[in-house]
Design a protein around this ligand. Structure first.
Ligand code: SF4
Length: 371
């Protein structure tokens, strides 16, 4: 059925630049290689004490060592030199360590760059208004994502660490109590169900998935389903959160919207935006996480945002696919109070869309296949 709805989801794989940019993702999607999180489960930790008895500093040291062991095993797996079936399950794995660290971080939450420092296990809440429980608003096979991702097994988590005045998912992102509570075990069942139904990937999104990092990482303990994992986020994570995610995610879908901090603060309430988000995208990219970067073109923001964003991508992530998105429409607070946001309270003009595409072309970005 999905082939009829999106024939481009098949045709896109004939394009050399897509195959080159998404080589690993393509192999996992087709079941020819194991997803990275399954490799993490095979990386053994050399310890003689329980993880719970170690200090956080000691855990991070172990994490760095395990990460380099992971990378060696991943590269061999990628090149077909090792099969996971040949390896036994360790007593304590790299994934167990990630779970322990995620729950330690939750006690003074620093999943995102806001670093609220609240103890979410005790029920305290920071900017995202979430305690330790995760709620899911919906999950389904998404047919509207970029062609290489369709059908995408999308899980929409509630709440967000950002507050965009134009949010198109505001009913989910601004209401932490929407949806239903899911445990890590239930999340694992959802992943398995979506793959069975034909999902090419598991797409963690919201709102934003970052505040749910602990439950997502823990869910991976309860399944062995082989499916690429996709981090679909505003990428405003802390460095530590990036470290936890990089060896787990087979593909990243960062949203790079703002080309300067002034626009980001006024319209998304995100301080220090450009430095944080570009730092994180570059970190994933340099760690060989295959990437499709989304840039939503906003009216009146061509010079302050679109041009610097596309320039940054060309200079820093030349192999990433880029979705130059033209589907802007005024929503949420912008639709309610257009007089407060005169720059974006209208639709894009044809000239603005054309200029954005021309800039992507001029910079030789890989944008045509996914825009
Ligand atoms: S996820 Fe971010 S916004 Fe939410 S409590 Fe943690 S640091 Fe604060």
């Amino acid at each position: 059925m999905w082939r009829i709805l999106r024939p481009d989801a098949v045709r896109v794989w004939n394009l050399e630049e897509v195959r080159d940019s998404l080589r690993w993702y393509h192999m996992v999607m087709r079941g020819e290689r194991p997803a990275k999180y399954l490799i993490c489960k095979k990386v053994a930790l050399e310890i003689d004490k329980p993880l719970t008895s170690l200090s956080e500093d000691a855990l991070w040291k172990l994490h760095r060592e395990a990460s380099s062991n992971f990378k060696a095993l991943w590269r061999k797996t990628r090149e077909g030199e090792v099969s996971l079936e040949e390896l036994s399950d360790p007593k304590v794995s790299y994934l167990d360590l990630k779970v322990e660290l995620a729950f330690r971080m939750l006690r003074k939450c620093e999943f995102c760059e806001r670093k609220c420092g609240v103890d979410r296990l005790k029920g305290e809440k920071g900017f995202c208004k979430l305690d330790s429980n995760s709620r899911v608003a919906s999950y389904f096979l998404h047919m509207g994502e970029e062609a290489p991702l369709v059908p995408s097994g999308t899980i929409f988590f509630t709440s967000c660490n950002s507050s965009c005045v134009f949010c198109q998912n505001w009913d989910i992102s601004q209401d932490p109590l929407s949806g239903v509570e899911v445990s890590p075990e239930e999340l694992a069942n959802i992943m398995e169900y979506l793959r069975r139904e034909g999902a090419k990937n598991i797409n963690f999104v919201g709102g934003d998935p970052t505040p749910h990092l602990h439950n997502i990482v823990k869910a991976l303990k309860y399944t062995d389903v082989n499916v690429p994992l996709l981090w679909n986020s505003n990428f405003y994570m802390s460095l530590k959160a990036c470290e936890l995610l990089i060896d787990l995610m087979d593909i990243a879908l960062p949203d790079l919207k703002w080309g300067n901090d002034r626009c980001a603060l006024r319209l998304s309430k995100l301080p220090n935006y450009f430095k944080v988000v570009t730092r994180n995208i570059k970190l994933f990219y340099d760690s060989e996480v295959e990437t499709i970067i989304r840039h939503l073109v906003l009216p009146s923001h061509l010079n302050c945002c679109t041009r610097p964003v596309l320039k940054w991508i060309a200079e820093n992530c030349p192999k990433a696919l880029v979705n130059v998105m033209d589907q802007w429409h005024p929503d949420y607070l912008v639709a309610r109070y257009p007089e407060k946001y005169p720059d974006i309270s209208r639709y894009l003009t044809e000239d603005e869309i054309k200029e954005a595409y021309e800039e992507a072309e001029r910079l030789k970005l890989r944008w045509r296949a996914v825009s």
